[in-house]
Design a protein around this ligand. Sequence first.
Ligand code: KG4
Ligand code: ZN
Length: 347
Amino acid sequence: MAAEPRGVTRVVTFFDGPVLGIETSCDETSAAVVDSGAVLSNVVVSQARLHEQWGGIVPEAAARAHVEAMLPVLSTALDRAGVSLRDVRAIGVTNRPGLVGALSVGVTTAKALSLALDVPLLGVHHLEGHVLSTLAAGPPPFPHACLIASGGHTELVLVEQPMRYRMLAETVDDAAGEAFDKSARLLGLGYPGGSALERAAIGGRTDRYPLPTGLANDPVRFSFSGLKTAVLRLVERLGADLSLSDAAASIQEAIVSALVEKCVRALDDHDLGGLTIVGGVAANARLRERLAAECARMGAAFVPAPMDLCTDNAAMIALTASLRLARGERDDTSLDVHANADLPGLA
Ligand code: KG4
Ligand code: ZN
C-alpha cells in the first residue's frame, strides 16, 4: 500500500474475541458477530413489507415484529459465524436514537444475554454505527469526512479518529432518504422509495425537469423540503404527461447534486485523507459514481460503506462496540433506551 499522507492514519484497535451485535432501532431486526474487526456474520430481517401497507413505519407493529424475529435472527447469526453462544465475549446493542419500543426489544435481549453469559454489555449510538460501518472494508483513512445519508439523517461529519467527531453540515428539514421516499410516493412508486426511484431513473434524462438542489451555497445546512414541494407541483401540473423515468432521474440528480456539493466543499476546506459515505442512501449507484469521480479528481480516497452495510444492520453496531470495548468502556444492566441522542464524541 502507498504511504499515507502526513497526519493520516488507518490504525484502530478492536476488542479481542467474538462480539455479538444487536440492532432493532427501526424496521430491521439484525444480529451479527464480529471478531477483531472481521465480520463473521450479519443477518438482517426487514419489516419493509409489513409497513408497506401503511406507507410508513408503525412503531407498535415494528416492536412486535422485532419480538418475533429476534431469537431466530440471533441463532442464525451465531450459526453462520460458526460461533456458539458460549464463545461470545461481549455484546453491543443499539440503545439510541430510534423508536423506543423497537429499541427496547434489542436492549432487553442484550441485557439478558450479558447476564446469562457473564460478558460485558455496551450500548451503541445508531449513527456512530453507520459512521464506523466502513471499518468492515478495512479501516478508512483518518481524518476523513463522512456523509451520513439515511431515512432519518443527513449529516456531514468530520471523523478526526474513531470516536472523535465534528459536525460539518446537517439538514434543516427532511433527510436525503426522506426526499427519495416522499418523491417516490408522489410518483406512485413503492415504499421504501430510494431503491424504487433509483430503478425508475434508469435510462431517464436528468435535465428534463429542473428541480431545486437545496441550499447549494450554504456550507453547513442541507435542505430537501423545497424539492418535495417542487415534485408535488410537477406531478400536479403534468399528471399523466409526466415521464416517470425522466422525473425519477431528475429527482435523483437533484438529491445527489445537493449531497455531492457539500462533500466536495468539505474536502476543499479541510486537510483530509478522504471521504466515506454511509447509510441507506449510500447504496445509490449515481451518488457513488459522482463522488468516486470527484474524489479521484481531488486525489482523495473514496470509501463507500459495503452495499450490505448501507441500510440498517448489526455488523456496524458490533464493530463500533468492538472499538469502544477495546478502550475499556462498559455499560451495566441499567442501560436505557433513548428516542433522541447526539452523536457521542462530538467536539
Ligand atoms: O440507513 P437506513 O436503512 O435507515 C435509517 O436509519 O434511516 O436508510 C433507509 C433510507 C430510506 O429512506 C431509503 O429510501 C434509502 O435509505 N435508500 C436509498 C437507496 N436504498 C435505500 N436511497 C437512494 N438510493 C438507494 N439505492
Ligand atoms: Zn440507520
